[in-house]
Design a protein around this ligand. Structure first.
Ligand code: SF4
Length: 292
């Protein structure tokens, strides 16, 4: 049976405006995201491992903190062999204060052991195998495929992509969690934009479309966004703190994006206090073309 193609009416224009707002590339993700945290001089399999490690450390953690932890790990030697040879206490000191650092020390150890045993010290090159690794969920797996293997397997939907896609009405019906959002976006968004959308919306979410009190008055999409100038949802209680050395009992082995929404929203709010929003001079109207 033929299914009717659906797409949001204004998405191309809105996508173009977000590109414009992101043109200065000065959000935290632009300089400290997983694409910037690996050693470009390292052998390919080590680079891929470091991409995976930075993604594992990044959940519920500010980009600045993840970048600092990766710097420590790289100085120590961020390879599968070296992580396995390093005791947990030392690893903890190296990555502290990333969110849930104790759990992540365990995940790093378990994942490294699995990579050495089953994948010859490299990371697997498919989503199905990546999500078998302790501490790796679908979002990380798709981002790892993209960054480490240069393959687009799916859209990496974190809390920013999830929130903004819902706010802009880019989903036929509101999605409850990032996995639902990923599937709904992949139904209509042209595949050639799957890689770009994560980077685009994460930075946009860090600087303009904030989790709490989005800066709608400076947003180029304020006239077409169904959520513009609506009050933000009330603050929900957080479970644990990204900055607390105490592990939270609610921390799940699989860091599915949907499980971390509340905490990440909170940490995003902290990291994204806008020091620089795109300059007024850059708010020139573009032709709103989406290249595909
Ligand atoms: S108008 Fe407001 S809610 Fe809508 S995309 Fe812009 S910042 Fe986000």
């Amino acid at each position: 049976m033929k299914t009717e193609h659906w797409e949001p009416p204004d998405w191309k224009k809105q996508f173009g405006f977000i590109r414009e707002m992101r043109s200065s590339r000065d959000a935290p993700v632009d300089s400290m995201g997983a694409e910037k945290c690996y050693d470009p001089e390292a052998p390919a399999h080590v680079r891929r491992f470091q991409v995976l490690v930075s993604l594992m450390l990044s959940s519920q953690t500010k980009d600045q903190v993840t970048a600092a932890a990766m710097q420590n790990l790289r100085a120590h030697g961020c390879t599968v062999e070296n992580i396995l040879a390093t005791d947990e206490k030392t690893l903890g000191k190296l990555i502290y204060p990333v969110g849930f650092w104790r759990n992540k020390v365990n995940y790093l150890k378990l994942t490294s052991a699995m990579l050495q045993k089953e994948f010859g010290g490299d990371i697997p090159n498919c989503v199905e195998e990546l999500v078998r690794l302790p501490g790796v969920g679908p979002k990380m797996a798709h981002l790892a495929m993209n960054i480490a293997w240069d393959q687009v397997s799916g859209i990496g939907v974190d809390t920013h992509v999830h929130r903004i896609a819902n706010r802009l009405g880019w989903l036929r019906k509101p999605a409850k969690n990032p996995e639902e959002t990923r599937k709904a976006l992949e139904e209509w968004l042209p595949r050639e934009l799957w890689r770009e959308i994560n980077w685009l919306l994460v930075g946009f979410g860090q600087q303009v479309c904030l989790p709490i009190n989005p800066l709608c008055s400076v947003c180029l999409n304020q006239h077409s966004c169904p959520s513009a100038h609506k009050s933000s949802p009330p603050k929900k209680p957080t479970v644990g703190s990204p900055h607390s050395p105490s592990p939270s009992p609610s921390f799940k082995v699989k860091t599915e994006p949907g499980q971390e929404t509340v905490d990440r929203d909170e940490r995003t709010k902290m990291e994204s206090l806008p020091t620089t929003v795109f300059p007024t001079t850059q708010r020139r109207r573009q032709k709103n073309k989406v290249n595909h």
